[in-house]
Design a protein around this ligand. Structure first.
Ligand code: SF4
Length: 341
């Protein structure tokens, strides 16, 4: 029998203590080339008004966990094999499909990475935002368009009232991302999951979008789950971080603690690969090798082929995610040594 990869209570606290709780979530894809274990026993929680960053390289399972929360996994081939996704203590996965849809649209919404693909090119942006009010609230067409214009104004699209009848291609990348945020905000959700919301944008526009999300969070106290591979974005925005590697969380904790004293060699490697102004002229130390295929995860600790600390134990035994300090967890046999390094 396989042991769970997280110690009991890794979502922190009793069920229902937090606004959104992901508890022991595992997702697999059955493909012609075998089973892809995209998410393995992942647990985390989010509180009201908090920003949690889920950090990882592409293919680490971070977006798949978000899709599982939003109920938009391509299923089949995807299959949730275990776990709970609780919103205010209610497990979304046990609700009838209709209630799941309502909960996900109204309480938890999502901002996607690629606004151009997420928006329908045939309809005006105003009508796409208005559709949220018409479908979920039964609002009249005129009132829904008024609300759409108000929302476009709220996400600071200049001349919003004159732009409701424009189509997505008439907006810049940054403005399209604002439209996506307006759609996500339409029903006043308690949680927004933002999946790489700034990846396709240039640096200045990235900063504007992040500032906008944080301003909106201050206005309505929503919780934000920010999915990203960008350490800079995490450092600037998040309160806590969950670091993902090969489909599982390998470290969690507050931004200050994880960034200043990592407790997992993968996180330490990520930190060492950031250019720093006090080390101009010295070489960066990237993590050697590349992440494993999720269809062929190494036995033992999945990071061992790239880990400078790996010993025989790491090649045979997968370390559990255990507490290494208040609010901090690490999945490394030598987490204390890494912390003290
Ligand atoms: Fe490295 Fe071993 Fe820790 Fe895995 S368990 S991160 S291989 S030291």
């Amino acid at each position: 029998m396989n042991l769970p990869l997280t110690e009991p209570g890794a979502a922190d606290g009793a069920p229902g203590d937090h606004l959104l709780e992901v508890d022991g979530l595992s997702v697999e894809f059955r493909t012609d080339h075998g089973t892809v274990r995209a998410v393995r026993d992942v647990s985390w929680h989010l509180d009201k008004g908090e920003t949690l960053a889920i950090l990882g390289e592409s293919g680490s399972g971070k977006s798949v966990s978000a899709q599982a929360i939003m109920g938009i996994l391509d299923s089949p081939p995807a299959r949730i094999t275990s776990g709970e996704i609780r919103f205010n203590g209610t497990d979304l996965l046990t609700l009838p499909a209709e209630e799941q849809r309502a909960m996900r649209g109204e309480q938890v919404s999502m901002v996607f990475q690629d606004a151009l693909s997420a928006l329908n090119p045939v309809f005006t942006v105003g009508s796409q935002i208005a559709e949220m009010f018409r479908v979920h609230r039964g609002t009249s067409k005129k009132e829904a368009m008024d609300k759409a214009a108000e929302l476009m104004d709220r996400v600071r699209i200049p001349g919003a009232r004159n732009r409701v009848k424009d189509h997505p291609h008439q907006f810049s990348g940054g403005m399209r991302q604002r439209v996506m945020i307006a759609m996500a905000l339409a029903l006043d959700p308690a949680v927004i999951i933002a999946d790489e919301p700034t990846t396709a944008l240039d640096v200045t526009v990235q900063a504007q979008i992040i500032d906008l999300l944080l301003d909106l969070q201050r206005e309505n106290g929503m919780g934000i789950v920010l999915i990203t591979h960008d350490l800079g974005v995490v450092a600037e925005t998040a309160d806590r971080v969950g670091v993902m590697y090969a489909g599982r969380i390998v470290e969690t904790g507050s931004i200050e603690e994880v960034f200043s004293r990592p407790a997992h060699p993968y996180t330490a490697g990520l930190m060492n690969s950031i250019p720093r102004v006090d080390q101009i002229g010295s070489r960066l130390s990237p993590i050697v090798g590349s992440p494993p295929s999720l269809a062929a995860i190494p036995v033992g600790c999945a990071f061992h082929p790239r880990c400078p600390r790996a010993v025989d134990l790491c090649r045979s035994e997968d370390p559990r995610l255990v507490e290494v300090g208040p609010g901090r967890r690490s999945a490394c046999h030598f987490a204390k040594d890494v912390l003290d390094a």
